[in-house]
Design a protein around this ligand. Structure first.
Ligand code: NAP
Length: 495
């Protein structure tokens, strides 16, 4: 039988280490640790280093030494290492999923079947990608050009708390596949799986220092990393304001940068949509991971002729969701990431009410058992009757709260959908193929899903436009980012 959440919380918090040159090490500059809280209970589960400049520098030097060796390996050798990492995570899948669930408060079954499964797929995908990679060749009458990908050196990976290992592995696998060494700074709120992954790197015999982890605050460890000249590229996923700081610090030294940032994604529901399928699809798109996915739909735009019917069905479907114990298989939603985040979401719901919004379901903290009452919880919430320009419709909430707005024409729906500073993703729900295409290309977003959501082929480009991001990840886009293309032209004099 699975242990209860109370049994999983240690009576004395564990101490997590940084990982530098293949060794677990404490913070150097101060013996200074921060609390890592389980957001489902509010209890401290571990202490993590609050790393400073010196720790980051040690990690960067370790990465630099490892990279000198690693860059000489062949693509098949790197592919073998990636594959063995995937196998080793798979062998400890439950342990990784439990760690992710405890750090984030998300249900264990989601951590296992979404987060950790995808992390394994990321390593497997880039194993295949480099095994089957082809380089460009351009023939001239008197010369042959061919292109090789060269490693960048040491790259910094900065990741958020919502999908910790999923997003870290999405960057790490292509980074090492291209011959780089890495220093990772996971979110201070979700440090554990990045640390377990360092054990895996040792277990499979990766060069010491190929993957280093420094824990701590973004403003301290993060900036020490992004400012350092050893770092040749930064791959960042997080909020738009943080992305702005990261871009500024990297720009001075012309570092390569990939920035994946916030979103305020619209779902456009047309009167010709399959309503039952759309309700199910939008419920998933809005509330998976407590709505804490950058791609989640948070503005639902519904054609007026089906508005009442659609809203009634959506609310009924949302009310069926179970919020509760992350250890239970029947929990659809777990806890939010922190008390601060819970307060931010409560603030947005209050602002919606001030703007005239009507809360049709949710809107408050759910009733919970004693074991988890001390955590950071919120009910899945649907709000209507708001102007499309109000605060909650324009800003990223990043929680289990959606607003629904009616529209009359396709043009109006497109205008509302494109009317924010963000441009990450949109979903279009219609059975009319021509409309599906017409509306999709009109979206100012990097991603559009039609009659589906988070349907991912890892070969496809992933990323946003406007204030949602710069650059693309996925397939060869990732391989391109983590390498410098070099063209070699060989003269072939005509005899
Ligand atoms: P965040 O506060 O921006 O933090 C992201 C990471 O940056 C964390 O590791 C953070 O460290 C670090 N950081 C903070 N300040 C920094 C600085 N000055 N220099 C360098 N690093 C710094 O974001 P979050 O709250 O963790 O994540 C939620 C956000 O991520 C949402 O806006 C969401 O939309 C976005 N997101 C985007 C995507 C995408 O693909 N576009 C995917 C997932 C999430 P600490 O937190 O430890 O201080």
């Amino acid at each position: 039988m699975k242990p209860s959440i109370a049994e999983l919380i240690p009576s004395t918090p564990a101490t997590l280490s940084n990982w530098i040159a293949g060794e677990p090490v404490g913070p150097m500059s101060h013996a200074y640790y921060m609390d890592n809280v389980n957001p489902a209970t509010g209890k401290v589960i571990s202490k993590i280093p609050r790393s400073q400049d010196m720790d980051v520098q040690a990690a960067l030097r370790a990465a630099q030494s490892a990279q000198l060796i690693w860059k000489k390996t062949s693509l098949p050798e790197r592919a073998d290492l990636l594959e063995s990492i995937a196998d080793a995570i798979e062998a400890r899948k439950d342990e990784f999923a439990q760690a992710e669930s405890l750090d984030t408060g998300k249900p264990f079954h989601i951590a296992k079947n979404v987060d950790i499964s995808r992390a394994i797929s990321n390593f497997r995908f880039f194993t295949g990608a480099i095994r089957h990679d082809e380089t460009g060749c351009h023939m001239m009458g008197d010369a042959l050009n061919y292109t090789v990908r060269k490693p960048l050196g040491v790259v910094a990976l900065i990741t958020p708390w919502n999908l910790p290992l999923y997003l870290l592995s999405w960057k790490l696998a292509p980074a090492i596949a291209m011959g780089n060494a890495v220093v990772a700074k996971p979110s201070e709120l979700t440090p554990t799986t990045a640390t377990l992954l360092a054990e895996i790197f040792n277990e499979v015999g990766a060069p010491k220092g190929l993957y280093n982890v420094v824990h701590g605050r973004g403003i301290e460890a993060g900036t020490a990393l992004t400012n350092h000249p050893i770092v040749k590229a930064i791959s960042f996923t997080g909020g738009t304001q943080t992305g702005r700081y990261v871009a500024q610090s990297g720009a001075e030294q012309f570092k390569k940068m990939s920035l994946e940032m916030g979103g305020k994604n619209a779902a456009l529901v047309f009167e010709d949509a399959d309503i039952e399928r759309t309700v199910q699809g939008i419920r998933r798109a809005s509330f998976l991971n407590q709505g804490q996915i950058c791609l989640c739909a948070s503005r639902i735009l519904v054609q007026r002729s089906i508005y009442d019917e659609f809203v009634a069905k959506l609310v009924a479907a949302v009310q069926e969701l179970t919020v509760g114990d992350p250890q239970s298989e029947s929990s659809d939603l777990g806890a939010l990431i922190s008390d601060d985040h819970q307060q931010k979401i409560i603030g947005y719901v209050q602002s919606a009410k001030r703007d005239g919004g009507k809360v049709l379901c949710g809107g408050s903290i759910p009733e919970l058992s004693d074991e988890i009452r001390g955590g950071s919880w919120f009910q899945p919430t649907v709000i209507v009757d708001l102007p499309t320009s109000c605060k909650i419709s324009m800003e990223e909430v990043f929680g289990p709260v959606v607003v629904v707005h009616p529209f009359d024409t396709e043009e109006e729906a497109i205008e509302i959908a494109n009317g924010t500073q963000y441009g990450l993703a949109a979903t279009v729900w219609t059975q009319n193929l021509e409309r599906a295409h017409r509306v999709s290309v009109a979206m100012d977003t990097g991603l559009v899903w039609v009659n589906t959501w988070l349907h991912r082929d890892l070969r496809t480009p992933f990323g946003g436009v406007k204030n949602s991001g710069i650059g693309r990840e996925g397939g060869h886009y990732s391989l391109d980012f983590y390498s410098n293309a070099q063209n070699i032209c060989i003269s072939l004099p005509r005899s």
